[in-house]
Design a protein around this ligand. Structure first.
Ligand code: THU
Length: 130
């Protein structure tokens, strides 16, 4: 799969977002170390704080698929700067990352920025600290 097709799949995930309260759709696509693809969108509800981020949805799907290693994760929203994972989602991604895991921030126009998770969440806490 090309990066263009990954972006298309991320856009399709974003189109499924259920965001009647924020009107801020987010789509995520995870590419695992095995090359599998798992997508997710944000899902809100009337009790605002209980909504799910798109990253959490995609990670749950990956784990249900029996996989635990994120190679790349695309995050898309509709603004110009692209999707930026919140602090909580950086920690969620961290659980399934290594030094090479890339976070690819996209707008509907394409890739806006790409960073290693370790740069987005430096000196992070993870399973090896327990
Ligand atoms: N949101 C995500 O899905 N991922 C993030 O990393 C940032 C925030 C969602 C949560 C809520 O549905 C909406 O974006 C506005 O905060």
């Amino acid at each position: 799969m090309t990066e263009d097709s990954h972006i298309q799949l991320t856009k399709e995930a974003m189109s499924k977002a259920y965001v009647p309260y924020s009107n801020y759709p987010v789509g995520v696509l995870i590419i695992t170390d095995k090359g599998s693809e798992y997508s997710g969108c944000n899902v809100e509800n009337a009790s605002y704080p209980l909504g799910n981020c798109a990253e959490a949805s995609a990670i749950a799907s990956m784990v249900m698929g029996g996989e635990h290693k994120i190679n790349k994760i695309y995050v898309m929203t509709k603004n110009d700067e692209g999707g930026i994972p919140c602090g909580g989602c950086r920690q969620r991604i961290r659980e399934f990352s290594d030094a090479t895991t890339e976070v690819i921030m996209c707008s509907t126009e394409g890739i806006k920025n790409r960073m290693h998770l370790s740069d987005l969440l430096p000196q992070s806490f993870g399973p090896e600290h327990l």
